[in-house]
Design a protein around this ligand. Sequence first.
Ligand code: PBG
Ligand code: MG
Length: 331
Amino acid sequence: MSRSYPNTRLRRSRASAWSRAMVRENVLTPADLIWPLFVTDGKGVEDPVASLPGVSRWSVDNIAARAKEAVQLGIPCIALFPQTQLNLRSEDGAEALNPDNLICRAVRAVKDACGDDIGVLTDVALDPYTSHGQDGLVNAAGYVVNDDTVAVLVDQAINQAEAGADIIAPSDMMDGRVHAIRMAMEMNGHPNMQIMAYAAKYASAFYGPFRDAVGSGGRLVGDKKTYQMDPANGDEALAEVALDIAEGADSVMVKPGLAYLDIIWRVRQRFEVPVYAYQVSGEYALLEAGATAGAGDRDALLMEKLIAFKRAGCSGILTYHAPVAARLLNG
Ligand SMILES: NCc1[nH]cc(CCC(=O)O)c1CC(=O)O
Ligand SMILES: [Mg+2]
């Protein structure tokens, strides 16, 4: 017999809070959150990012304090992004390979402070280090070359692994980089290194504040459309994910977040690896600006968006709102 009124009244289970709790299909916990943090030079520095109200760049000592805060909040992982000094940026992004660069110092500081109480995810891509703001090496024609870039990314990943990173997250969208990094990890004594591939990363207008935060925005020459995906494409995202899994990714990411829930859902249905969403800087900025403009209650808007990622099948969400959300969840 098919369900029909009045035998079925779907409002019955919604009538009280205890009942709504009993039938709730998805939950969000602090363990679902990954907190992206920006690192800058100096000591005792908190430098607010103008386009991300409530988000700051932290010096290495303060990053360790943020990591301890994350542990206390029950956030299992932080993602670190460096604001590299202008004089250390170059055509080839060589600073990415410096064992004492900002990111390596930050990873060591977090691991010294927190040990295995927290996971540290590092981004593999050259944009925080290049003078032109592209994620890879640019040839005379202005094209970001694939294979030569992959060779540098491998060295960057090894550099981060040696510093103590727990998860390597290639965000560059070069073809074949997951395989190259996986082989390098096997051959350099890091067989348990996790790779979270930015597998379906779109050429998006939502990354603006991030580029401000790491200082690559004003410098970016051209766009990233020859390597990041066309927002019009969905099937192609599944091809990207399939390749990254075959190449050795332990988990995959879809980025940006909310505008790409269909991609998350399709990946979840098709593949067996954990899927993460990156709720990116522009999404954070829009939510804050909207709430400030009176579009709704910030906290309620935030929690509704985050549960949408869980409903779509995410194992977790990278979000600048991670500490805010964790505090709300912890009551
Ligand atoms: N490859 C670098 C990178 N890693 C994460 C982001 C964006 C994150 C955000 O907007 O929050 C970007 C920017 C870009 O691809 O231009
Ligand atoms: Mg790819």
